[in-house]
Write a protein that binds this ligand. Structure first.
Ligand SMILES: Nc1nc2c(ncn2[C@@H]2O[C@H](COP(=O)(O)OP(=O)(O)O)[C@@H](O)[C@H]2O)c(=O)[nH]1
Ligand SMILES: [Mg+2]
Ligand SMILES: [Zn+2]
Length: 325
């Protein structure tokens, strides 16, 4: 019997066993994941990511994903709610991660943004920080937050999905590119996407009366092709983003201003905490290193050391012992 010709498709959405894929002719179809993919997934929760390019085969009038083609890059996080260290695939083959944070409602959270920004840097994916709901804060508040990112080497983009402030820049940055919108729940990701792409009609908290409970509306990630080229991926928010696989001793390289200042520390592997002649500590005292960024660094390095083992100091005792590798 003749094998059907293999075809390439792009993954739009991933469920437990099924995916929605975009076929070469521009139509979408559901496709099952072959069992072999699950056998080869290792520590990944699912073998397929939104944005993956896959080889599909038609069998008995339905599509199956036979193979995930090599990825250009992978945006991922540590899967939550599990003792073992599992990787959760968030998006593959993207040009940029658009980290969305709101300036108010919910209040701006540096640590929420910094966790994602560090993971993007580690994954080698360009990131930018959208400061949404600019209509809800005064100019001084906005300036203070923007100042704290002055050395972070991350483009900042204040926006309002309400009155389209910043939309010229936002449209320019997504045009022709593959982007993923990522951030806490309620910051306005879906509202931004709906405004950017007319006719998209993603459900948002604003459009759903049943959501007064505070539950987020987007419960799955989905890729949307843009009419003029490029794609956008909408994602559900997470409460706490934890980077996957980032060695604690490497974290200082993923906070650009800490990396630069740290180049003149006495010890080349300085963790910028209690070491003598630490230039990062000094910059903090002098006020040239913004406190929120340093606080994010501290919280993350402690968490990563608990997960992946310390940088030399004895690990703190506690229930996390079991999960250390
Ligand atoms: N004032 C204001 N509200 C916004 C803005 N963007 C989104 N919202 C509101 O914030 C809530 C959450 O938006 P949603 O898009 O569901 O957030 P998501 O969870 O990040 O997708 C909704 O009630 C939106 O109407 C904005 O720029 N300004
Ligand atoms: Mg949403
Ligand atoms: Zn140092």
């Amino acid at each position: 019997m003749d094998e059907p010709a293999p075809l390439e498709a792009r993954v739009l959405r991933v469920d437990a066993r099924q995916c929605e894929v975009l076929l070469a002719d521009g139509t979408s179809a559901s496709a099952t994941m072959r069992g072999r993919l699950f056998e080869e997934r290792g520590e990944d929760r699912s073998p397929v990511a939104v944005g993956d390019r896959v080889r599909v085969e038609l069998e008995q009038a339905s599509w199956a994903i036979a193979e995930v083609l090599p990825r250009r890059n992978l945006f991922c996080r540590r899967a939550s709610g599990e003792d073992i260290d599992r990787r959760q695939l968030l998006a593959a083959n993207v040009d940029q991660v658009i980290v969305v944070n709101s300036l108010n409602q919910p209040p701006f959270s540096s640590i929420a943004a910094d966790r994602i920004l560090a993971a993007c840097s580690f994954a080698g994916i360009p990131a930018l920080l959208v400061l949404n709901k600019v209509d809800l804060v005064n100019a001084r508040k906005l300036e203070r937050i923007m100042d704290s990112y002055a050395g972070a080497e991350v483009p900042l983009l204040p926006t309002s999905a309400l009155d389209e402030t910043g939309f010229g820049a936002l449209r320019a940055t997504i045009a022709g590119r593959d982007s993923v919108f990522y951030g806490l729940s309620g910051v306005g990701k879906s509202t931004l996407l709906n405004r950017l792409v007319p006719g998209l009609d993603i459900q948002t908290r604003g459009t759903s009366a049943a959501l007064s409970s505070g539950r987020h509306t987007t419960s799955f990630s989905r890729l949307y092709p843009l009419p003029d080229g490029g794609t956008l991926i909408d994602t559900p928010g997470v409460r706490k983003f934890r980077p996957y696989g980032l060695p604690p001793a490497e974290l200082r390289l993923h906070f650009a201003e800490i990396r630069r200042i740290g180049e003149t520390c006495r010890f080349p592997n300085c963790s910028h905490r209690t070491e003598p002649n630490c230039m990062v500590q000094e910059a903090l005292r002098e006020g040239t290193l913004p406190k929120p960024r340093y606080r994010s660094y501290l919280e993350l390095i402690q968490e990563l050391e608990q997960m992946y083992g310390g940088t030399g100091a004895p690990p703190p005792p506690g229930p996390d012992h079991k999960t250390r590798r």
